[in-house]
Design a protein around this ligand. Sequence first.
Ligand code: ADP
Length: 479
Amino acid sequence: MANEKPAVRTPATPDRPRRRDIVITALLGLLVLLVLLVGGVLAPGAWLAASLAFSALAFVYFLTAVTRVSPRSAVQMSRPVHASELESADVMLEKIAVPVLLIGPGGRIERANPAARAFLALGAEGGLLSNSLRQPRVLEAVSAALRGERGAVVEYASLAPIESHVRAFVEPLRMPVAGPMPWRAMLVLADETSSKRAERMRADFLANASHELRTPLASLSGFIDTLRGPARDDEAARDRFLSIMREQTDRMRRLIDDLLSLSRVEMNEHLPPSGEADLGAIARDVVDSLRPMADARAITLELSLPDEPARITGDRDQVYEVVENLVENAIKYSPEGAVVAIEALDNCARDVAEHAPERLAPQSARLLLAGPPFDPRQRYGVLRVRDHGAGIDRRYLPRLSERFYRVDGQKSGPTAGTGLGLAIVKHIITRHRGGFSVESAPDTGSTFSVFLPKPAEGSKAASPAQPVAAASAPEAEAE
Ligand code: ADP
């Protein structure tokens, strides 16, 4: 089946009456009228019979003209679709963002459009569907379609590596090919992850936001009561309480901003970004914008950048948010007068990208909080943020990227954290198919690293829909 294009026959549809048929019918009708007029005058009996016969003839002719199939359409019905027509179908499939596959005997992928290739991470050879899609109910529906049974719609969810919800449409297609297996299965995969996530996140958002907002709100209403009652005439107390109220409202605003940011990121997490950004330039912009915050605590920000732009595949605004969160944390959790080092690296292999080659301290703990599947050819742009703060005990490291998690007893300078910053970082990095790691040693400090895939050298748009070469894997896995 390698490059063989299956022939497709167009369905039979009766032609519409052509203009010639209508003219002939109209002429016959006129003849009937004429016969009736003349016959009525000359010989009523014989002419009436003749006119009835003509009317019947006209009626039958018109009926056959309406319902018959013309010789041209009969040829269309039986001839296989020309190769160029099939190619134009390929051109359309190539542009469609919905994954579409044609599965042949034995569950082999015969054709797959670029969306399907990307969605199922298919290699050059499609191989067996069961190797790329481990969903027994979908495979069963495909097997049924390959036996010529009815099509089916199957919903499935997968949780790893990224949660996704898909509705699979399976339809049998009969091909005019010789042999005992004329059936193919057309498989269309509709990604419904965004809508499912939206549903769940709406519920989560309400639960988390109301829980986290309750504390500052309770404190605000307490201060309002105090100011209206016992502290009504106490000017010093009023000023102190108003400044605490200000902090609480700032905290509520930060919480809402972070929750919204997190929900935005989670919505699109399963769709990798397609843009490009320069990690070094982003680091420079973040350092410039956070310098006033660092200066307020006499913290020195040291920036080290590669000579060339560190190009990565990514959404600039989201990568900015990642770097900003990490540098902000480093400033928040460092003592006054400390140094925070921010380093961008280009073109790193995965092992160098994950952690710096030298350890922070002999006893430091290292953990990968998020990472893409291993690909030895992939190179990465890396950003590391090293602080000299209190560090984090190894037992807390796995919980760092949980929503609302804060390490007990951690001092965070004047601004209280929301516990959402590292969750946002993790989700953005996961969306970018990058990695996120931490190394920390109590009393020494922490290094947070993120690595983002570099665009492929000479990268170009996805290849067009092509027939997939048959793999040499054993037959009949999906059947
Ligand atoms: P927050 O808004 O509380 O900083 P994050 O999600 O950014 O939320 O961080 C989660 C927790 O991880 C923080 O509350 C803090 O306890 C700990 N943490 C994050 N960054 C650092 C750091 N650089 N040094 C020490 N602890 C950190």
